[in-house]
Design a protein around this ligand. Structure first.
Ligand code: FE2
Length: 135
């Protein structure tokens, strides 16, 4: 059973952003199934690195869109993004150094964070971008 099953209600109405969110969901699921099958440390490290890098890429795209369209909550979103990318970077470092393991709790934290990110702060920009023709 996948950790995170995508539902249409998560759509922000902008297909390029939805695709990136789906990619984050699938990376998280991959990490989850690798953890359950007790994959090697190097595989988990590779997946966590990929998740971290893709999250940075996704946030950058969102921030560029916000900057281009002068989204009023740009600064707020940026701070929120930084909090999360710092958190994943810390997990990654700690995992590399053997200080932490990838646990169900950690994955649930990431999953909950992602759902809250999409349903909370991201949904707030939907109408703003759609009105400006972003697809
Ligand atoms: Fe997002």
């Amino acid at each position: 059973m996948a950790l995170f099953i995508w539902k249409d209600e998560y759509s922000v109405g902008i297909s390029s952003i939805d695709e990136e969110h789906k990619k984050l969901v699938s990376l998280l699921n991959e990490l989850h199934s690798s953890m359950l099958s007790a994959s090697a440390h190097s595989i988990l490290e590779k997946l966590l690195t990929e998740l971290s890098e893709y999250t940075i890429y996704h946030f950058k795209n969102e921030e560029n869109l916000m900057k281009d369209h002068k989204y009023p909550k740009y600064e707020e979103q940026k701070k929120y993004h930084k909090f999360f990318t710092d958190k994943i970077a810390t997990y990654l470092e700690d995992f590399k150094n053997g200080k932490i393991f990838i646990t169900v709790e950690l994955l649930f934290f990431l999953k909950d964070w992602l759902i809250n990110h999409i349903n909370g702060i991201d949904k707030q920009y939907s109408d703003f971008f759609i009105e400006r023709g972003v697809k």
